[in-house]
Design a protein. Sequence first.
Length: 186
Amino acid sequence: MNIIWRERYKPLLEKIVNRKDQVNKFLDFLEDKTNWITAPASTKYHLDRDGGLIDHSVGVTHTLLKLKNILIPEIPDESCVVIGLFHDVGKVGMAGKPYYIKLKTPAKDGKKYIINKDLAAMGIAARSLMLISKFISLSDNEAQAIAYHDGQYIPEGKIVAHRESALTLLLHYADYWTSHILERGE
């Protein structure tokens, strides 16, 4: 597992002030009841390995903060850290039920993981919002950013087409840049 995220994770958490107790309770839940630290980011695409999700989440958050600082510095760092770290948290599944199950040997198509069929079917963004909302209060713009961070690449993104908040666009760009440019080849 890549341990680089550990050096980059803690400083991000220090940017959370107003919702520190909420985030800490959420992290306790994630670390105790889910595979937050060991989950992959995908089945065979970007960071399809143990710890891939946390590496991806930390990477997206760093990219998001860089973009925010250049384009819209008045957006609070805390908001960016919350949505950056947790935009894909639905990939952990539910307490005791991981979203991804590791295959003993990779499938013919290269997949190293399969999606757990025992979970209720729902999109990653919807599951992420469901998990987060049990612990952390989100603004409307933060919720929109998480719900539509995949932009126009999925049908659900069309609902907010040309009405995205600045935070939604920043998260989408950060997620796309991180997964398609920075993580390429990892």
